[in-house]
Design a protein. Structure first.
Length: 429
């Protein structure tokens, strides 16, 4: 088996090498392969369809790493009050363009399609590249046009008949089935939002249902059921460039956590070390909440409670930094209970992606929690089926998940060619 595999790889390599030699002469005459006089460009957007942008912009050399680029651009995204998104495109000049930086911004509507967003982003990339291209030989080929604007149009005030209120409806249904099992998931939601520079408020409601069925044999079938529903409301007032004040109110019920009813209310204050206008690139926010919570249970808990009042307070730190070398998203928070001083929980959520050297990308993330506040645990032992089908939450002292990704690319620095031949879904390999 090993010999066959070695022979297969050897002959495949020889065939590919021979074929490459045959076609190299053809590629030498292909003007699209390497355009050495054009600036090198790196578009830092892992979720974007890079093929689309390489195909639509053929007057720069797309390269595989930011360190190889003359022009580097970084895309960031934030959700805006209308439910749409605000994209910021940071252009950073390198090599001959060092010190020549710029930032472009555009917003999309809440129901904008991916195709519309992609086209709008393409236009923004083209406009951002223009200031660099006029300093190259391409200036001879550049034509531009600014249509005459009606002076009266600029002076008109925008009238919003909704007064910045937006309403969102969401419903999702998915399922799968085969001869021995089936499952169905449903989720419905409603959000009502109003966001201005001074005030932000949002209310929402959601319902989720999960049903599972497993056929063990002709006489035994195991069924699982989970139900979650609830609502929330928050109101936030801006207090200058660094402070915010507000409150939160929630209601929810969930079968896995034995919660028949849970009501909570928390006044809150936030301080951001950086100006809020810089939020798309960096944030360091400190949030403190203190309030009350009432919980009623489906079944008596391990503390012999059918219902109870809790008086928690919480402190959260959120740090987000997006730079050329990568990004950091670090959140840490804790809950403590004033009427149960021995109960608490603490969580840490670090996520780091960075580019330490040319061609190398490293990603690290984890979710670490210390748990000592499971007031809802029901009395008695959970059944095997309940455990396997996640129908009940069990007692634990901690929860950990983590991930590491390493990607290294080397070889030709150019990445201009579009060739989708034999690009097939992984399921068909």
């Amino acid at each position: 088996m090993k010999i066959s595999l070695i022979l297969f790889l050897f002959f495949s390599f020889c065939f590919d090498f021979a074929l490459s030699s045959e076609v190299n002469d053809i590629l030498k005459d292909d003007k699209n392969v390497v355009r050495e006089k054009l600036p090198n460009y790196f578009f830092d957007c892992e979720t974007c369809d890079q093929t689309y942008y390489r195909q639509e912009i053929n007057y720069v050399n797309f390269v595989r790493d930011r360190s190889l680029a003359d022009i580097y651009s970084l895309l960031t995204m934030n959700t805006i009050g209308s439910g749409g998104r605000e994209f910021k495109l940071f252009f950073i000049g390198q090599n001959n363009f060092k010190g020549n930086d710029d930032t472009l911004t555009f917003q999309t509507e809440a129901n904008a399609s991916e195709a519309e967003i992609r086209e709008a982003l393409l236009e923004m990339v083209k406009k951002g590249l223009l200031k660099y291209l006029v300093h190259t030989d391409l200036i001879k080929l550049i034509k531009y046009e600014v249509p005459n604007l009606n002076d009266n149009l600029q002076s008109e005030k925008v009238k919003d008949k909704w007064n910045f209120w937006t309403i969102g409806l969401d419903s999702r249904l998915n399922g799968d089935a085969n001869s021995y099992q089936s499952s169905i998931n449903m989720r419905y939601g409603l959000t009502i939002n109003r966001t201005t520079e001074k005030i932000k408020t949002e209310s929402g409601w959601g319902y989720g249902l999960n049903e599972q069925k497993f056929k063990i044999n002709d006489t035994t079938t195991v069924k699982g059921y989970q139900s979650n529903s609830g609502g929330y409301h928050y109101l936030v007032f801006s207090l200058g460039k660094h402070f915010a004040l507000g409150h939160f109110a929630t209601y929810f019920r969930t079968t896995p956590q034995n919660l028949k009813h849970s009501y909570s209310y928390y006044p809150a204050i936030e301080y951001n070390l950086f100006n809020y206008k810089e939020a798309s690139r960096r944030q360091l926010r400190f949030i403190y909440r203190a309030g009350m919570r009432y919980q009623q249970y489906y079944e008596p808990t391990i503390y012999n409670q059918s219902s109870e009042w809790l008086y928690p307070h919480s402190f959260v730190v959120q740090w987000i930094q997006i730079e050329k070398w990568g990004n950091i998203n670090l959140a840490a928070g804790t809950w403590h209970y004033l009427n149960h001083t021995d109960k608490y929980s603490a969580s840490l959520y670090p996520s780091i992606n960075f580019n330490p050297m040319s061609g190398l990308r490293i990603g690290l993330w984890s979710d670490i929690s210390i748990v000592n506040d499971q007031f809802f645990l029901k009395k008695g032992d959970a059944g095997v089926n309940e455990i396997l089908l996640n129908q009940v939450e069990l007692q634990t002292d901690y929860a950990i998940s983590f991930g590491v990704s390493i990607n290294y690319t080397f070889g030709s620095k150019y990445n201009n060619i579009i060739n989708v031949r034999f690009d097939i879904n992984d399921n068909f390999w």
